[in-house]
Ligand binder design. Structure first.
Ligand SMILES: NC(=O)c1ccc[n+]([C@@H]2O[C@H](COP(=O)([O-])OP(=O)(O)OC[C@H]3O[C@@H](n4cnc5c(N)ncnc54)[C@H](O)[C@@H]3O)[C@@H](O)[C@H]2O)c1
Length: 378
């Protein structure tokens, strides 16, 4: 049993789709966390689709069911709002949340483009609201170990770094389009808006800010079924490969950022690799509890270690079990709420509005690079 006093925080969700439900699920088993100083209560939900609200009627404690986000925000007994809506709505709804005096856990990409992200970041600063952006993968045990290795700075001379997020489900040309396949809803940056915050968070937190970007972008299926018997145009970039330069350990080294919705056999694969002359590390969600460490001695070795469930916030889950997406989503929320309460300590924090703005600068540089076929300074 968690014997520590847990500070209560009243949370509401705007956007009762895929991600809104994940949050309700994480809060529903919060008692699995043993040392989180804060306890969220889901008190309200809003979606323009009244049908989407019904699922939340089984979630304990929810008392507000609204179809207009302004009606939700008018309730004074809400401290934090999580917003998971299509990208073209981020700017308006995030600003409304901040101006209603609530703190925000925003979804990526934090506005449909750089101008929107900058406006949201600046308004949050002006109003002194606590805002962070969703990005779950850094909370995996192996990723925490790679971050510690990078910070210790003893990998020898840095050689290269790579972070990738790869999906394969769009390889099926018969998969119906949703809003993520159209620029007017997803944004000109396409797959970079969709998957990019996941790829940028760790490099940016480690200070690996790209100083130049050379990008190759791909659009493959230009129409898809609309789910109603017709076809619809799909104009977003499907795949993005960014070949960047970044300063790591005082040296300018190649940093590769890959975001793909057409990556054969890859079902939500997130990967991170850092290589130096003396040591390095590699991780993929394909092997969720396994960390690969490279050491150069007389011979060169890859060591494979099963880390199990060594999460930043302790849980009831057995140490030998492998972590999954719902677990790291819960860890991310624990980090958000603990940091908001000033109780994060040495633990890793969620992506900041500044990091979200910087990722948009990188995606803007990538778009310019692809069209000019030159490297671009973000
Ligand atoms: N962090 C992650 O791992 C992750 C994963 C998937 C999606 N996302 C992000 O989450 C956000 C939503 O994506 P999703 O996949 O959950 O989308 P979704 O389409 O499943 O859900 C979006 C919901 O928003 C609702 N909505 C639309 N307009 C609204 C409005 N004005 N007010 C209230 N509700 C409204 C829709 O009815 C829908 O139920 C996006 O920003 C996306 O990039 C994050």
């Amino acid at each position: 049993m968690n014997t520590n006093v847990q500070l209560p925080v009243r949370v509401a969700v705007i956007g009762a789709g895929l991600m809104g439900r994940e949050v309700a699920s994480a809060f529903g088993r919060w008692f699995a966390l043993l040392d989180c100083p804060v306890k969220p209560e889901l008190v309200g939900v809003c979606d323009v689709s009244a049908g989407a609200l019904d699922w939340f009627r089984q979630a304990p404690g929810v008392r507000y069911f609204e179809t207009d986000h302004r009606a939700l925000l008018a309730h004074p007994d809400i401290d934090v709002v999580y917003v998971a809506v299509p990208h073209h709505l981020h700017e308006e709804i995030y600003l409304d949340v901040l101006r209603a005096g609530k703190d925000l856990l925003a979804e990526k990409p934090f506005g449909i483009n750089l101008a929107a992200a900058t406006k949201i970041r600046d308004e949050a600063q002006r109003l002194q609201r606590f805002v962070r952006v969703s990005s779950e993968f850094p909370f995996l045990p192996a990723v925490q170990r790679i971050i510690a290795l990078a910070r210790a700075g003893n990998i020898g001379r840095p050689l290269s770094a790579r972070c990738a997020f790869l999906h394969c489900s769009d390889l099926d040309p018969q998969k119906p389009a949703n809003w993520k396949r159209q620029n007017k809803f997803c944004g000109e940056a396409g797959v970079m808006n969709d998957l990019g915050m996941h790829v940028a968070h760790v490099p940016l937190r480690l200070g690996w800010n790209p100083t130049s970007v050379f990008a190759r972008l791909q659009k493959v299926y230009l129409t898809r079924p609309d789910g109603k018997g017709g076809q619809v145009n799909c104009d977003t970039w499907d795949n993005a490969s960014l070949f960047c330069s970044a300063q790591i350990g005082g040296e300018s080294i190649p940093l590769t950022l890959e975001m793909k919705r057409l990556a054969p056999t890859e079902t939500n694969t997130w990967e991170l690799e850092l290589l130096g002359t003396d040591s390095g590390a590699r991780y993929s969600t394909k092997e969720p509890k396994t960390l690969w460490l490279y050491h150069r001695g007389k011979d060169q070795w890859w060591q494979k270690t099963d880390l199990g469930f060594a999460m930043p916030f302790k849980t009831i889950t057995g140490g030998i079990f492998e972590p999954g997406f719902p677990d790291i989503l819960m860890q991310m929320w624990a980090a958000y709420l603990a940091e908001r309460a000033g109780l994060l300590g040495e633990r890793f924090g969620c992506a900041t509005p500044d990091e979200a703005v910087t990722q948009h600068k990188i995606w803007a540089a990538a778009l310019a690079s692809h069209s000019s076929q030159r490297a671009v300074v973000p």
